[in-house]
Design a binder for this molecule. Structure first.
Ligand SMILES: *Cc1c(COP(=O)(O)O)cnc(C)c1O
Length: 458
């Protein structure tokens, strides 16, 4: 301990570090630099006390570390990366890459724009005026409202419609979507009671009847005011399972005079993607009164939450004070508008998501060959891979793909080296090999993949 104290005594003082030329000319405000120096000194102190550091840097050394941090801060964040994971909608990598037209629309809207001004009358308008009619047509819904993400859509819909009795949700649909977030918890976050119904593997109409009549013990005499259906978007159940179909559940809810809210999550519109995923229109036609989905899953747009369905219920959501707290900004609305236009036009939507899903294996094979040829090393070869849509959509559904596999001595270290490049290249490790799947790589980035692999191959 005495030893550690002696080492600590050699740590430079904050003011001394601040006098170093590297920090005096950093271009950052002194208060900001000072805080960072304090954080760095504290970190060093803890390292020493923990016995992990026996030699402390001098003032110039601490200043260099702080200057490097400040330089890193000055660069735009989040950074662009090359996604070679083969996961098309990778939540950690920003989910859907936006279409050129969506990016242009965001840039255009980023200055002054007619967000809440009706240019014809010169009067105040609503930020949803332009999007609503387009959304109704493209999503085939009576009305549409937009919030920050699907979690916000769920929170808003359940808070508004749950009232004093809350909502009923099958225990078999109490989905956790990732990072510890659970649908039932998000639904309840605004004070809405969520009554779990049935059992994990089987739920019957009489279970819901108990919640709708308020006879389930959990109801404490108060019947639920809405029924929630959650699409099991990221897992499947097999074996001794059974649930009430969406159609039957909607009928049951309507007979009790309450609406059915369906959390679809993924938001496929049914064009250019695998047909297994239900669409918003499917859910509405099966009797859902409101359908909720993410803008950045199978819709292929920006992070947003869409509430589509019965006009009176959408209107109640729109008018609730919470809607103001959850409203999207101008750039999101611009990107979403452009994304909906792409969906409304003929053919496969011209969105990067649909391009990545639709590329033929022959094209991927040819690109993988070119990468391997350009490398000219025996350690790199073309391999068949399985890409996935990801983003909690279509579990178990994989896409045939092609990748470049490299065999290197220290594979974790090679993967880390690729992530440290500019731009970072993110792949995956499988069977001790580093694999870069080309389905999720923009063909224009293939040379970046080549250069990155060259840097880690012997
Ligand atoms: C992804 C998902 C959500 C959350 O959507 P975000 O847009 O990420 O907030 C909610 N419900 C389901 C079923 C989902 O799949």
């Amino acid at each position: 301990m005495h030893d550690r104290r002696a080492i600590l005594a050699r740590l430079p003082k904050t003011d001394r570090v601040l006098q170093e030329p590297a920090l005096e000319r950093s271009g950052w405000r002194r208060a900001v630099v000072k805080r960072r120096v304090q954080v760095e000194l504290q970190r060093l102190r803890e390292e020493v006390l923990g016995g992990r550091l026996r030699e402390v840097p001098d003032a110039a050394g601490v200043a260099r570390a702080v200057a490097a941090t400040l330089e890193r801060w000055a660069r735009p964040r989040p950074r662009r990366v090359v996604n070679a994971t083969g996961v098309v909608l990778h939540t950690n990598l920003g989910r859907a890459p936006l279409a050129r037209r969506a990016i242009d629309a965001m840039v255009d809207a980023s200055g002054y724009c007619d967000l809440e001004l009706d240019l014809v009358s010169g009067k105040r308008g609503s930020r949803f005026d332009e999007l609503r009619p387009l959304g109704r047509a493209v999503l085939e819904a009576d009305d549409v409202h937009v919030v920050n993400n699907n979690a916000a859509a769920l929170l808003l819909a359940c808070t508004v419609l749950g009232g004093e009795g809350g909502v009923a949700l099958s225990l078999g649909q109490m989905v956790e979507i990732g990072d510890g977030f659970r649908v039932a918890t998000m639904a309840a976050a605004g004070g809405c009671r969520v009554v779990g119904v049935g059992s994990t593997n089987r739920t019957h109409p009489q279970d819901f009847a108990g919640a709708l009549q308020g006879t389930l013990p959990e109801c404490e005499g108060r019947p639920v005011r809405a029924v929630l259906w959650v699409h099991r978007s990221n897992f499947r159940q097999e074996g001794f399972v059974g649930e009430v179909s969406l159609r039957d559940l909607a009928e049951q809810a309507h007979a009790a005079g309450v609406p059915l809210v369906a959390d679809l999550g993924s938001g496929s519109l049914g064009t250019g993607l695998s047909a297994h995923e239900p669409t918003i229109a499917d859910y509405l036609s099966q009797g859902a009164d409101l359908v909720l989905c993410s803008g950045d899953k199978l819709l292929g747009g920006p992070q947003a939450g869409i509430i589509a369905g019965r006009a009176d219920l959408v209107e109640r959501c729109r008018r609730h004070p919470m809607a103001r707290a959850l409203r999207p900004d101008k750039t999101t609305l611009a990107a979403l508008h452009a994304t909906l236009v792409a969906h409304g036009q003929e053919g496969v939507p011209s969105l990067p998501l649909h391009t990545a899903v639709g590329i033929g294996v022959d094209t991927l094979e040819a690109r993988a060959r070119s990468v391997v040829e350009a490398l000219g090393r025996a350690a790199a070869r073309v391999i068949p891979t399985r890409a996935t849509i990801g983003g909690g959509s279509l579990p178990g559904d994989t896409l045939e793909s092609r990748g470049v596999a490299v065999t290197v001595e220290r594979v974790e270290r090679a993967a880390a080296a690729l992530r440290e490049r500019d731009p970072p290249v993110v792949g995956r490790i499988e069977d001790g090999r580093l694999i870069l799947d080309l389905r999720t790589v923009d063909p224009a980035d293939d040379p970046i993949v080549v250069a990155a692999l060259r840097s880690v191959l012997p």
